[in-house]
Design a protein around this ligand. Structure first.
Ligand SMILES: NC(=O)c1ccc[n+]([C@@H]2O[C@H](COP(=O)([O-])OP(=O)(O)OC[C@H]3O[C@@H](n4cnc5c(N)ncnc54)[C@H](OP(=O)(O)O)[C@@H]3O)[C@@H](O)[C@H]2O)c1
Length: 326
């Protein structure tokens, strides 16, 4: 099988396509013939071993797992002896194990669910990591309620495009923040109001929100506090630099949470679980969410896909089309 591999940290140049033997699934593993896979910011973090402290988990001097790609959709080829819910031929999607940028992927049963029939492989593959982050951030970390006002900073990216749609499903009034060329698409996704950050600074708008859901994290906590309601919440799901994360998210956010009725924090790492993947599958099936696909690359051009994603201005999802996705 053709697989993207890398054995040292670095730029997308470290990625290469290799021919490897197709593995046999053991225990709770499922061998999936991949149709489509999605890139995520996590891929370039793994690839670069960045931020440096993450190497404690990724591998100190070189990647522990020399494979990339978390989100996949495809067809079950074979199952391990402990797998109970899937059989060869099932159409599935999921995430949670590195190695999806490959013709075959060894997924885990607990990170895999059946693909709804009316959903394409590409749309299913676009959802897992970004959709789970948006769902768990808004529903669980922030407990967003119908009628509340939420501002999504970074509304046009992989996570943001799902966050806008999921916040609308939860009944919130949604304001998105993006650059000029993405204002229209953010409106089309369902945002009630949009700030073009190249022209307006939402922290000086005079508007107030119950929740700021932040993927760009490019302001000081004092700026966010100004546009949060009295008991409002700030939840970051991304950060701009490690310095900003430590200075603002940890120190300033901690101090503000301790001394005011507003709450500031980062959402915990996304949990890959079947219940939430099924919830997202149902939202796809009912048309409540629709992935916005920015670009598609063939497997052998995965490095170009990651290079584009790393520029930080994707419009929704950047896909790897492995086997002629539908
Ligand atoms: N907590 C978790 O488990 C988790 C999971 C997934 C992702 N993340 C993190 O979340 C962040 C976003 O991920 P993603 O997948 O959405 O990234 P992405 O697809 O690369 O999108 C980045 C988005 O950020 C926007 N952006 C850049 N500068 C901005 C600014 N100054 N103001 C507002 N928006 C700005 C860009 O929009 P414009 O082109 O309009 O500038 C772009 O749409 C990353 O830091 C990622 O590591 C965290």
């Amino acid at each position: 099988m053709k697989t993207i591999v890398y054995d040292r940290y670095g730029s997308p140049d470290v990625l290469r396509l290799e021919e490897l033997a197709k593995p046999n699934p053991t225990e709770d593993r499922i061998l999936v013939k991949v149709v489509a896979a999605a890139t995520n910011a996590a891929d370039w973090h793994y690839m670069r071993g960045s931020p440096a402290f993450a190497r404690l988990a990724f591998g100190l001097t070189k990647p522990k797992t020399p494979r990339l790609g978390l989100d996949f959709a495809g067809v079950v080829e074979a199952i391990g002896p402990d797998v109970t819910a899937f059989k060869p031929g099932d159409a599935v999607f999921g995430a949670g194990v590195l190695g999806a940028f490959s013709e075959y992927h060894l997924a885990r049963e607990k990170g895999t669910v059946h693909k709804p029939e009316n959903v394409s492989f590409e749309d299913a593959a676009a959802v897992p990591t970004a959709g789970l982050t948006a769902l768990q951030g808004l529903r669980d970390a922030a407990n967003l309620q119908a009628g509340q006002r939420v501002l999504i900073n970074g509304a046009s990216g992989g996570v943001g495009t799902f966050a806008v749609q999921i916040a609308k499903c939860l009944g919130a009034e949604v304001t998105g923040v993006c650059s000029s060329s993405k204002v229209e698409l953010t409106r089309k996704l369902g945002a009630d109001h949009v700030f073009d950050y190249t022209k307006e600074d939402f922290t000086r708008s005079g508007q107030q929100y119950d929740l700021i859901f932040d993927g760009a994290a490019n302001y000081r906590m004092a700026d966010y506090a100004r546009v949060l309601k009295g008991a409002g919440q700030y939840v970051a799901f991304g950060f701009s630099t490690v310095g900003h994360m430590v200075g603002q998210m940890v120190v300033a956010a901690g101090l503000r949470s301790a001394t005011s009725s507003q709450q500031f924090g980062m959402m915990p790492t996304t949990s890959v679980n079947q219940d939430d993947l099924r919830t997202l599958g149902e939202m796809l099936e009912k048309g409540q969410i629709k992935p916005l696909i920015d670009r598609r690359y063939p497997l052998e051009e995965t490095a170009a896909a990651i290079r584009y994603l790393e520029e930080g201005h994707a419009r929704g999802k950047v896909m790897i089309n492995v086997a002629g996705a539908d």
